[in-house]
Design a protein around this ligand. Structure first.
Ligand SMILES: Cc1cc2nc3c(=O)[nH]c(=O)nc-3n(C[C@H](O)[C@H](O)[C@H](O)COP(=O)(O)OP(=O)(O)OC[C@H]3O[C@@H](n4cnc5c(N)ncnc54)[C@H](O)[C@@H]3O)c2cc1C
Ligand SMILES: NC(=O)C1=CN([C@@H]2O[C@H](COP(=O)(O)OP(=O)(O)OC[C@H]3O[C@@H](n4cnc5c(N)ncnc54)[C@H](OP(=O)(O)O)[C@@H]3O)[C@@H](O)[C@H]2O)C=CC1
Length: 498
């Protein structure tokens, strides 16, 4: 084995968190080499970054060969190999190709992977990176029916985008989109699921795939050993999400249930049970038995069984900590992430973490919470580099402003969606009050108030309220005197508070 190479700053992971961290370190320490060690052949770069308000930001995510990053920052060196072991006592990482690297400061940004309802079943797919998205697309192309399990971001995007395939959507909750919405917002969105999509979709950002030829020939269980970076905004724009049939949307939602059991065709035949046909929504008739034979069957906790071609488990993520744990006593969060303090430091000296892999364990601002999103991956990667620099140069550092207020802008069902602060009254107790304004098919505005102060908001549609509400949440002004005028559409709220 060759002698271990030494590098003062080592970052693990070529996703948004790792690349942002490496770029910032390269800018802070122009005469040092920054080593970026990543399992995937491509890295994620943030482009067209736009600060759209004090805390809301938008950017594109571009998948690029690592040479492009090295060209932009000549002091970044990318090693394409997975870290298989961390030897914390020796300040050393060992990669799959047998090489060892000694660091002074290490930042772990290895992301997360899908938390599947069942591991190792070839009919249960998760979506995380370009490979798994392409595998999903290949399965979909020949599918007449699929089951989507989960009620978060991926499920919301899929059920809206998929055409030409029946979708059975199984959710634990009463209403759709529980990670972002309450029942009112869900009600507002539902008509979009049954409506025909417009011929030309509203222009939106795309994830660009700069590299070619990384398609897998074989379909089957995703190769988690070659975990790529998480997909970026509008990841599905580059995919053809069409099944084997010629119709637009066909989504049936099964609420308040989970998956009890999954059977392959042979196992199901032995069971001598009846599976159900795709329900006909407009007729309130009893579910009919299904004549067709399917490759896989899903039994739900409400007793219903549906056959389908395959299942998408869009049931959240689990931080990718495994390669770093052996022999290292990291403090871990309840969600399995590596705990970091307010300076992004883990419980082990000189090791930092950022992005989906970490669990924020500082006392957060009353209107911020961690969610595994690309905005937070970028902010954490950037801030981790600043903290590493401050520690190295023995300088003080304050918590970055981006952690003052949770702010996320995205798109669901082709509506612009902005969520701010404690948008679902998370952790606020029972003494909070909700105010709503809704115009069907146009906009949905909800604010969460506590003791006369605005604590959070959900804005669906082109409301133009995000900046004003962001300021009201940040400055915690007492708004009791304004009462319901706060959402009165005849009052120009922006002028009010200028
Ligand atoms: C389908 C999908 C859609 C999404 N849409 C949105 C959205 O619209 N908006 C939003 O805000 N967020 C979205 N997210 C979430 C967002 O993409 C992630 O939160 C974010 O990209 C995480 O970045 P990261 O750098 O922490 O991790 P990742 O992007 O997962 O990067 C991890 C990196 O570490 C590397 N790695 C892993 N293990 C090792 C190892 N042992 N050694 C070396 N390298 C390793 C991987 O190859 C990868 O390069 C979406 C996620 C998915 C899956
Ligand atoms: N536009 C955006 O901002 C998007 C963001 N993303 C991000 O990508 C990541 C992955 O997305 P996704 O997989 O949708 O994760 P999410 O965390 O968004 O949602 C997971 C969903 O699955 C549910 N769930 C968890 N376990 C089970 C189970 N065993 N059976 C049934 N349901 C279950 C959760 O319910 P409960 O909450 O009750 O546990 C939740 O509704 C997330 O970090 C997400 O935020 C993804 C797509 C779009």
């Amino acid at each position: 084995m060759a002698a271990a190479a030494r590098c003062r700053f080592v970052v693990v992971g070529g996703g948004i968190a790792g690349v942002t961290c490496a770029e910032q370190l390269a800018a802070e320490f122009t005469s040092e080499d920054i080593l970026l060690v990543t399992a995937a052949p491509v890295i994620k770069a943030v482009t067209n970054f736009k600060q759209i308000s004090r805390t809301l930001e938008e950017f594109d995510v571009e998948e690029q060969p690592s040479t492009m990053l090295e060209k932009r920052y000549p002091n970044i060196k990318v090693v394409e190999s997975a870290v298989k072991r961390l030897k914390n006592e020796e300040h050393k990482i060992v990669t799959d190709d047998g090489n060892e690297y000694i660091y002074e400061k290490l930042c772990l940004c290895a992301g997360a992977k899908p938390k599947l309802i069942i591991e190792g079943n070839p009919y249960v797919l998760g979506i995380r990176d370009t490979d798994s998205a392409q595998e999903f697309q290949k399965h979909l192309a020949n599918a007449k029916r699929l089951t989507v399990v989960g009620n978060g971001g991926i499920a919301l995007e899929l059920v809206y985008e998929i055409e030409g395939c029946e979708v059975i959507w199984a959710i634990k909750d009463k209403a759709i989109g529980n990670t972002f919405f309450d029942a009112g917002a869900a009600e507002f969105l539902i008509p979009k699921l049954t409506a025909e999509k417009p011929e030309t979709a509203i222009a939106c950002k795309r994830t660009k795939y700069t590299t070619e030829g990384n398609e897998k020939e074989e379909m089957g269980v995703a190769d988690t050993a070659k975990l790529g970076s998480a997909l970026g905004p509008d990841w599905h724009e580059g995919l053809h999400l069409k099944g084997a049939k010629e119709f637009s949307h066909k989504v049936h939602i099964e609420t308040l249930c989970e998956v009890k059991k999954i059977y392959l065709q042979e196992g199901f035949k032995e069971l001598e049970q009846v599976s159900l046909a795709f329900p006909k929504h407009k007729q309130k008739e009893k579910s009919q038995p299904d004549e067709e034979l399917w490759p896989v069957y899903v039994e739900l906790t409400n007793g219903k069984i549906y056959g389908c071609d395959f299942i998408v488990s869009a049931t959240g993520v689990v931080p990718n900590v495994k390669p770093f744990l052996d022999g290292n006593n990291f403090a871990l969060g309840e969600d399995g992430g590596i705990k970091v303090d307010k300076h992004m430091q883990t419980s082990l000296l000189n090791i930092y973490a950022a992005g989906d892999i970490c669990t924020a364990s500082w006392e957060p601002s009353p209107v911020w919470q961690q969610m595994r999103l690309w905005t937070q991956a970028r902010q954490m990667g950037w801030y981790a580099a600043k903290c590493i620099a401050a520690d190295t140069l023995k300088q003080p550092i304050d918590m970055d402003f981006s952690f003052e207020l949770f702010a996320h802008v995205t798109k669901f069902f082709n509506y612009k969606v902005v969520v701010l602060g404690k948008y679902n009254a998370q952790g606020l107790g029972l003494d909070c009050e909700l105010m709503l304004r809704c115009t069907k098919g146009h906009e949905y505005v909800k604010v969460v108030m506590q003791n006369g102060r605005m604590m959070g908001a959900v804005l669906i549609g082109e409301t133009n309220l995000e900046e004003t509400f962001e300021n009201l949440i940040l400055n915690q002004m007492d708004l009791s005197a304004y009462g319901e005028d706060l959402l009165n559409p005849d009052i120009d709220i922006e002028d009010y508070f200028d």
